[in-house]
Design a protein around this ligand. Structure first.
Ligand code: ADP
Ligand code: ZN
Ligand code: ZN
Length: 807
């Protein structure tokens, strides 16, 4: 008897381990780890994942597996190991870890289908199946199984032979995309003979056939045929009835990026600096060796070009590559650079894709139809089985860290996969994270530097303006004199400017001028943000909204106004002060709709505006030749966050924003406005002096015992009653103090800066440690201890083994 160990889809502590099931006899030789099944569990049926197959079990009276969902494993050996690692690292459930490796569509409602790959061979080698399928292209597996005598084994062998292929048909409406195609039933060459045979009054019918002939094709998308010939459906209907044409539906991949407009590019010849970086990685590629390479290259130093050439080497060796870029810089511009070099060999994955689109991209990778994936964080799980390189651009970006379960960092995953595949992992950034750079200094990572921009373009000149001084001189506007003068000058010269304001709706809170009352969210301890467009106040944490009050709820004063300089407010000010300037505003409000982001950038790129005004989303990846001025309206907003990485983030952001100026022939100028102009992060960013910043910031981190000198773990306890939160957090802290080594530090319990979200109180315990081998185990036990309350949903304990969000 064969036994399958199955992980079930029931995320609880008690079920976070494999359960034994008997494998029904006909499937004994078919079932492998990584296949999904359904199993009876208690008195219900659950989805499960085969974890291990063996021939003994300690359990008497085993239940049997119900159904086999996959005929080929959806997770291979590497992925099975990776899931295990992920669960261990992040303390999530094993089943959750494995789900993270699969596209969301595979969790959604779906129907398994098989498609016929080769009708002829199906007929010869699997006549029983051919009979059931009866000429169709695709059939639901359930229907096929029902009508077959021996069911699964023969379907399995047809799939093994490549005659059938498995797929999912998502039952969500419209998630499998289909297009209607019209096919000519006669030979193309015969059209000139056929046309005279048609009724001579049927001009439109003739036109359609001639269209096929002129375009030298025997099939066309129905929609294209109709728009291009201008004939109606009835004409096509007639031709179909007469037997000249047939129409069928074709399943197509959704392609969010249109390849057709992309012009191919050739590799550029590398500069000496670029060649050095390339060589170091190339050595690993040809020797199949794993190293982590950290490429510290200033903005515009040609990192992307190096990535492209590395990938080319990887592809030439029949291998595959993953390129991670931050969500926010996954702009059409960036994607186009990869598509223009590798064409349809590239899959693109980002959060803007629908479930179905993501599933399409995943399938392309799984089926070896593409060899490169460019994507955001989760693309690190792309199911390539022969990786030749993993590249992480802007490696310092915190969006590589997932802020929900499992709380993994894509960099760690990349390194684990790089070790498995014995291939290099390349981290690139103009402003590496302190953690990575420290590893580079130590020699754990191979550090290389690109100190110059390509073509020796100088770095932009940076001026820091002291906004306190402006106030003293009577300037109450949000633009310093220098920034305003330069905006005006740029406008006159016909050059473009970028204005940057970090954080959406940057403190556009509503306050009463009489009594100081600030309108806060009734469910979260945070002020509501004003959105002028809808005249509404909104909570960015829970989504609560309300209309703008007419009078102060506290004192009834009419002088209740919104404060702060959101992007909307800056736009209004610009319209007043520089009425002739054409402004494009980019923030969450203007880019909410799909494709809006791209449209706005294209408009700016084609010179339809003089000023691009925006939030974080304009800080990265943009490359417009005519941008010569970049203004940072308030450099301090980030500096004052209660986060030990505040200085680092400020340095990174200022460098990134500054990097948008003068990337081409025209020289660039950056103006940074600040109320804190002496701060080292601002000073050193202005001087483009990364190394000095690194040294200074390392000293600060050492003094305050933070990363990279110490590892951190953050425990967030959440409950609707304040006293319960405090008690539990106290107990946790006490337990950790007793259990962990004396050299580790346990901070807390403390109330975090945002002490309440969605009506639940939050408390923190932070662990700082250098060496604590039993920590994961201790924390796992801790979760286990509170499992009943957690399962009831009243209590939540979130453990983040590498926190980036400290609020
Ligand atoms: P980074 O990714 O470091 O910001 P990019 O790869 O975007 O830099 O390069 C900046 C610009 O220089 C791009 O327009 C790119 O096409 C160009 N470039 C890069 N490498 C070369 C090269 N070897 N020769 C000429 N131009 C180059
Ligand atoms: Zn008031
Ligand atoms: Zn709220």
């Amino acid at each position: 008897m064969m036994i399958a160990q199955v992980l079930v889809d029931l995320p609880l502590f008690q079920t976070d381990k494999p359960f034994d099931y008997q494998i029904p006899e006909p499937w004994e030789s078919l079932i492998e780890p990584g296949m999904r099944v359904t199993v009876p569990f208690g008195n219900r049926k659950l989805m499960g994942l085969v974890y291990h197959v063996q021939d003994t079990s300690e359990v008497n009276q085993l239940k049997a597996i119900d159904t086999l969902i996959d005929y080929t494993p959806v997770l291979n050996k590497e992925m099975m190991q990776l899931g295990e690692w992920l669960a261990g690292q992040t303390l999530c459930y094993l089943y959750t870890a494995y789900q993270t490796l699969l596209p969301a569509a595979m969790k959604a409602n779906y129907k398994k289908v098989v498609s016929v790959q080769d009708h002829e061979r199906l007929q010869i080698f699997h006549p029983e199946i051919a009979k059931v399928i009866n000429g169709r292209e695709q059939i639901a597996v359930a229907d096929l199984e029902k009508q077959m005598a021996d069911g699964q084994p023969s379907i399995h062998s047809a799939i093994k032979d490549g005659v059938l292929s498995e797929g999912l048909k998502i039952t969500e409406k419209g998630s499998v995309k289909k297009q209607k195609v019209i096919q000519l039933t006669v030979d193309l060459q015969h059209i000139p003979e056929i046309i005279p045979q048609l009724n001579q009054n049927a001009k439109k019918q003739q036109l359609v056939l001639k269209f096929f002939y002129d375009n030298n094709t025997d099939h066309l998308l129905t929609s294209a045929l109709i728009t291009q010939t201008g004939v109606g459906r009835s004409v096509l209907r007639t031709l179909i009835d007469k037997g000249w044409l047939t129409e069928f539906e074709q399943e197509v991949y959704r392609d969010p990026y249109d390849d057709k407009s992309v012009k191919p590019t050739e590799p550029l010849s590398l500069t000496a600096e670029q060649a050095d970086v390339f060589q170091a990685v190339y050595k690993d590629i040809i020797a199949n060796e794993h190293h982590v390479h950290l490429c510290h290259g200033v903005t515009g130093s040609g990192k992307t070009e190096i990535y492209l050439q590395m990938i080319q080497e990887v592809l030439q060796r029949g291998k595959t590559a993953i390129v991670l870029v931050p969500e926010i810089s996954l702009t059409p511009q960036m994607v186009e650079r990869f598509k223009s070099r590798f064409g349809s060999d590239v899959a693109v994955m980002h959060s803007g894709l629908s479930k179905g689109e993501k599933y399409d991209e995943w399938r392309k990778i799984y089926r070896h139809e593409v060899n490169v994936v460019v994507g955001a964080r989760s693309a690190v799980f792309a199911p390539f089985d022969n990786l030749g390189a993993i590249i992480i651009d802007e490696e310092h970006e915190t969006s590589y860290k997932q802020e929900e379960n499992p709380r993994y960092h894509a960099k760690d995953v990349a390194i684990v996969r790089g070790q498995y595949h014995e291939c290099p992992v390349v981290l690139g950034s103009a402003t590496p994270s302190l953690e990575s750079y420290a590893r580079g200094q130590k020699g754990n990572y191979q550090l290389s530097t690109l100190a110059r921009r390509v073509n020796n373009q100088t770095m932009p000149e940076v001026a820091i303006v002291d906004m306190r001084e402006e106030l003293r001189n009577g300037n109450h506007s949000m633009f310093s004199k220098q920034l305003f003068d330069q905006l005006q000058a740029n406008l006159e010269k016909g050059e473009q400017s970028v204005l940057f304001l970090n954080r959406r709706g940057y403190s556009t809170f509503v306050m009463c001028r009489d009594c100081g009352y600030v309108v806060e969210c009734p469910h979260c301890d945070i002020s509501l943000t004003f959105h002028r467009k809808y005249n509404q106040l909104k909570c960015h944490y829970c989504g609560y909204d309300q209309s703008m009050p007419e009078t102060c709820p506290e004192c009834d004063s009419e002088y209740i106004r919104y404060f702060g300089s959101g992007t909307q407010k800056v736009e209004e000010a610009l319209n007043q002060l520089l009425p002739e300037a054409r402004v494009i505003r980019m923030d969450v409000d203007t880019t909410g709709r799909k494709g809006a982001h791209e449209k706005l950038l294209n408009r700016f790129g084609s010179g339809e505006a003089d000023i691009l005004l925006g939030t974080q989303m304009i800080a990265k990846g943009l490359d417009f030749p005519k941008v010569t001025l970049v203004g940072v309206l308030a450099a301090d907003a980030m500096l004052n966050l209660p986060d030990f990485r505040a200085s680092e983030k400020t340095y990174q952001l200022l460098t990134q924003v500054g990097g948008r100026a003068g990337r081409h022939e025209l020289k660039g100028q950056v103006v940074i406005q600040s109320y804190n102009p002496e701060h080292y992060a601002i000073q050193m960013a202005a001087e483009h002096d990364f190394f000095s910043f690194y040294q200074k910031e390392m000293a600060v981190r050492r003094q305050h015992q933070y990363s990279p000198y110490y590892f951190l773990s953050l425990i967030t306890v959440t409950h609707s009653e304040l006293t319960t939160v405090v008690t539990i957090t106290e107990n946790i802290a006490k337990h950790l103090r007793e259990t962990l080594s004396a050299r580790s530090m346990i901070l807390g319990p403390v109330a975090p800066p945002i002490a309440r979200i969605k009506d639940k109180f939050r408390y923190h315990v932070m662990i700082k440690y250098k060496y604590e081998p039993g920590l994961h185990e201790t924390l796992k036990k801790l979760l286990n201890h509170y499992q009943d309350q957690i399962a009831k949903g009243t209590l939540s304990i979130a453990i983040d083994m590498n926190p980036y969000m400290l609020m």
